[in-house]
Write a protein that binds this ligand. Structure first.
Ligand code: URA
Length: 250
């Protein structure tokens, strides 16, 4: 029987080199070879006996999967490399992190909070897929005096760039009438560019500060900004098993 042919980006992700999406980018950039030949077409499939390498490094030099939760500070980009030379989330990692980890999803330069880093492409891919509905809980400091009725459209979903957002959970945490600011908690499971800022701006509350307090069931607890910790075995198990909710369903 012929060996099963598998898409190249899936093989790269399974080897823990990059998420599936990032693997596609590596292919498009001509950084992937199959049996010594550069392959830059996304539909390419390979079999187990094919020798796949990224940047000349064969995939069979596989790393052990590692998982970290970082409390991202402001003023750091959520990419592995920044063309403008700004500090990246990877610059925050100490020497003990030798694996080639990358961020799962993105937080803006000025957003703080919970960010997962891993070299497990399969799990990263699973978590980033909107169909898995990973709860992401944000606290936003917004201009203005927020009320639940004013935020209600976000519960149903609003049009952002022609596409409706999924229903969000919303709560008003605090309203400061003196300073004319409020603190709003928003739980979403999508990850569109500037999504929380745009959602709140659209209902009349521009965001001044944004923090992601929780990612799935993971929260920052006593992790100071800029620090990170490895996930516990049980936490990895829960993520792999699809436990993505901040509150467990009864
Ligand atoms: N939504 C935003 O607007 N920014 C982030 O960093 C994350 C979610």
């Amino acid at each position: 029987m012929a060996a099963e042919a598998v898409r190249l980006q899936k093989v790269i992700a399974q080897a823990g080199v990059a998420s599936r999406r990032a693997a596609e980018q590596l292919i498009l950039e001509g950084r992937v070879t199959v049996n010594g030949q550069v392959v830059s077409a996304l539909g390419t499939k390979v079999v187990q006996t094919d020798e796949v390498a990224v940047d000349g490094v064969p995939l069979d030099g596989q790393e052990k999967p590692v998982y970290y939760l970082l409390n991202k500070p402001r003023g750091v980009v959520t990419t592995s490399h920044d063309d403008k030379g700004r500090k990246t989330v990877l610059d925050l990692l100490g020497e003990e992190v030798t694996a080639r980890v990358y961020p799962v999803g993105r937080l803006d330069y000025d957003t703080t909070g919970a960010l997962l880093l891993t070299n497990d492409g399969e799990l990263a891919n699973q978590l980033m897929h909107p169909k898995h509905k990973v709860d992401k809980v944000y606290t936003a400091k917004v201009k203005g005096l927020a009320t639940l009725p004013a935020l209600a459209p976000l519960k149903k979903g609003i049009l952002l760039h022609g596409k409706r957002t999924a229903p969000a959970r919303v709560a008003v945490e605090q309203v400061d009438t003196k300073k004319q600011v409020s603190y709003v908690r928003l739980t979403i499971h999508e990850g569109r560019h500037h999504q929380v800022k745009e959602m709140l701006a659209q209902v009349g509350f521009p965001v001044e500060k944004l923090t992601r307090d929780r990612y799935a069931f993971l929260d920052l607890q006593s992790l100071p900004a800029g620090d990170y910790r490895p996930l516990k075995h049980d936490e990895v198990k829960r993520l792999k098993a699809g436990d993505y909710r901040f509150l467990r369903r009864k």
